[in-house]
Each structure stands twice: as structure tokens, then as C-alpha cells.
Design a protein around this ligand. Sequence first.
Ligand code: NAD
Length: 484
Amino acid sequence: MSSKTKITVAYGDGIGPEIMNATLAILDAAGAQLEYDVIEIGEKVYLKGISSGMEPKAIDSLRANKVFLKSPITTPQGGGFKSLNVTTRKSFGLYANVRPCKAYAPFIKTHFPKTDLVIIRENEEDLYAGIEHRQTQEVYQCLKVISQPGSEKIIRYAFEYAKKYGRKKVTCMTKDNIMKLADGLFHKTFEEIAKEYPGIETDHKIIDIGTALIADRPEIFDVIVTLNLYGDIISDVAAQVTGSVGLGGSANVGAEVAMFEAIHGSAPDIAGKDMANPSGLLNGAIMMLVHIGQPEIAEKISNAWMKTLEDGIHTGDIYQEGLSTKKVGTQEFAQAVIARLGQVPSQMTPASFGKESTAPMDVALRPKPKAKKELIGVDMFLDWDQDNRDPNVLGSLLNKLDTGGLKLSLITNRGVKVFPDGMKETFCTDHWRCRFKVGEGEKLSHAQVIDLLQKAEKLGLDFIKTEHLYTFDGVKGFSLGQGE
Ligand code: NAD
């Protein structure tokens, strides 16, 4: 083995220091070629008044080392503290969240002993972009932002991951029957990229039935790639059904920096008692060793760890009368793993990360031709709470506006058409989307939009935002209202 790789290490809060000590003891005993650059993050840093939970020198360490092994941290309640995980993911562009979910039956209880799937979740976009507004008395909005490069990056990552680790199938999960543009983009990108990987089976599931199938037949899945929110939810469902919530590790990978951790939190209820199971962080560290090109050490540790489980040496959280042989604390568990380094499990399939796991992954974005973008209309959103919220009153008011070539085509309330010819049963809030369009073949200018807003202001209308209606190479870049 060549020179040592320097990694950034954070001991975190709660059980963090105990499980990190156990993990590093195993890494060192296995001969991992590592040097540790220890930083402080989390509770103590938050309480110094640093709202991100991370000091500038910690950020410098990550930037220099590019590999981060992190124990869980405690996020203080309230007080405007920001999630350190979300900050790290976003500021270092850790776009891929990788979460293997594997059953270790019969040593860990599960109804699905054959489960061995990996969830690859988009980590930066979607409703997690954090763009929220209160627009009226009654209506709040959270923007779902999906980009083409964001989708392409994560989908390429999923296929490259499948290729590298010899996985056979990639399943995409979206809700594009409803969100035809945003989720539709993700699904379409998946279909396009799939063509570059003819050796890998592909599949698409609507997220609701996809989640139900993970809960009922997780063994049918191999690699799953999905959007941020769906990925967040299905990761926990998958971890739960494999019975291994406390054992799972995860990786957050970017073009430069990668962060490895356990999926569980800082467990303050058992902190300092030498009771915590260090397996989640150890599994994160195993993923890290593969990532930095030490797959044989990763394999050695993974096999010794499985052998320890098989021998019934269990921490309290996984201890089962009749199956376990000895209940141990955190450090004794680590010593049991160390004592088995060089051994392989006899009933579970031994780990094999193989040489191919060090092959580079080609996730480079491919150039896209620029589409011709034309403005053909505008949605003016209003806060309007007059005349018993009668859409016909608002419609005739807006029809009176002299807006040149722009014509009111419809008004919707929460996406449902209420003017013209709405149904009297439709419930209306104080939030109205008024769609204006130019005639067939005509184009709209920004000056006309400003003119429309000025006229609306003269009528005393409270416009809360506008969204422009564009076509791209003649294809509509906006959804139709229900009933349009
Ligand atoms: P938790 O995962 O810390 O604990 C949930 C339950 O699981 C507790 O009963 C705990 O004792 C048990 N548990 C967790 N890890 C265990 C282990 N390794 N061995 C044995 N038992 C274990 O979740 P929580 O209680 O909701 O959160 C506690 C704190 O952790 C919160 O401040 C939360 O914000 C933080 N958190 C941090 C991360 C992270 O840093 N990645 C993730 C989740 C939660």
C-alpha cells in the first residue's frame, strides 16, 4: 500500500465520540492507510453562536482533505440553528446520497432476508431548495426546483454506481403522472441516460406504489434513483424493513468532497454509557475506504464485522435472547471485530468490493443544445379577498383591463379553473392565478408584462408574483390549469 490518505474526522455529539473511537480502532487494526485531521463541529460550535455548526477552519480542513468521516451531531432545538448536514451537502455540492440497505438475517431480525438494495438520492434540489413564501393570509408556498444538470448528475451517478459494483438493475421513482414537468424532466433524463447502459436493466415506478413495494417486496429492487424528498422517505422505509436502522451507513458524494456517516442520530439517551452500536459509522467508514481506493481493507473489515454478528456478539440494540451469545458494549464490540480481522462470515455472503470498485465513475455532464425560448404569456398571481371571492367578479374586473394584445385566458384557484365557466362547488382561497396569453403565433415582451402590472395596480389589485409562460423550441414550458 502506498502513502496514507489524510481524512477529516469529527467526533460529533452524544454517542458520537464513543462510536468514532470504536470505528477508528478497527480501521487502524485493519491496516487502513489513513491520517486523521480532527475538527470540532456540532453542539459546542452552535452554542458559540455559529449558526451553521461549523467553524471556518473546519471548512478549510474539508476543502483540503476532501474526505470527511463524521459522527452524528445534536442540532439544538429552535434558535435559528441550521442543519449542519444540509449546509455541508449544499455548500460542498454533495449531490449524491448513497444509502445501502441490506438484510443480515437471521442475525438481525427482518421479514425480508434477501433484501440488498441501494438508494441513490438527489441531495441538493427539490423541495429542499428551501425557497418558501407566505403570499396571502391563507396561502404558503414551497418551490420544488428540479434542474436538468441536477437530474443528469444523479442519474449518471446511479448508472455508474450500478456498473462499478456489478448491480443489475436501476429503478427510477418519480410522480410524473402529476408533476409532468418537474418529475417528468427527471424521468425523461433517466430514459435518455439508460440508453447508454444497455447491460443494465431499467424500470420506472410511480413513487407511491414504489414505496409500497419497498415495504412489501424489497428484494425485487437493486439500485433505486430518485428525487430528494422521495429519497429521504424511502431510505427510512427501506432501512426499517431490513431491520437495520442502527446498522446503516451512508455516503454524501460530490465532484470533489465526500462525507461518510451513520444514518442514525446522536442518541443522547444512551450517550456516555458504552452502550451504542458502532456499526452504522463503521459501515460508513467501509464505504469511505472503497471511495478512497482501499477496497481490500474495506472487505477485510466488513467480513470481520459480519463474522462478529454471526458469532452472536451483539450490542444491546440488536441483542436477541436465543440467538445472541454475548451482550457487549461499544468498545468490546470493536475489540470483537478486531479479533476477527482476517476471518470471513460462514453463513452470510462475504463482502467483495473487487478491483473494479476503484475504477473512476464517468458522471460528466454532456453538452445540450440550447432551445429557442419564447415568451407567450404571463400568470399574474393575486391576493384577492373581496365580493365573497366570486371568480366571476374578478374575471370581469380583469377583462376590463386594456392590455393590448394580452387576453385573460383563465383564472384558477389552487390550480383549478374557476373562470370562465367555473363550477360553483369549487372552494376558493384568497390566492388567484390569472393567466394572460397573446394570440396564436404572437410574442410577448417584458414591457407588456410591466404594463399589465401597472394597470392592475391602478385597479388596486395586490399582485403577489408573476410567472412567465415560455415555449422552448415550440414546446410549452408550463402546465395547463385543471379544466383549461
Ligand atoms: P437517534 O437516531 O439519535 O436515536 C433514536 C433511537 O435510536 C434512540 O432510542 C437511540 O438510543 C437509538 N440509537 C440510535 N443510534 C444508536 C446506536 N448506534 N446504537 C444503539 N442505539 C441507537 O434519533 P433522535 O433521537 O431523533 O435524534 C437525536 C439527535 O440526533 C437530534 O439532535 C437530531 O437532530 C440528531 N440527528 C443527527 C443526525 C446526523 O448527525 N447525521 C441524524 C439524525 C439525527
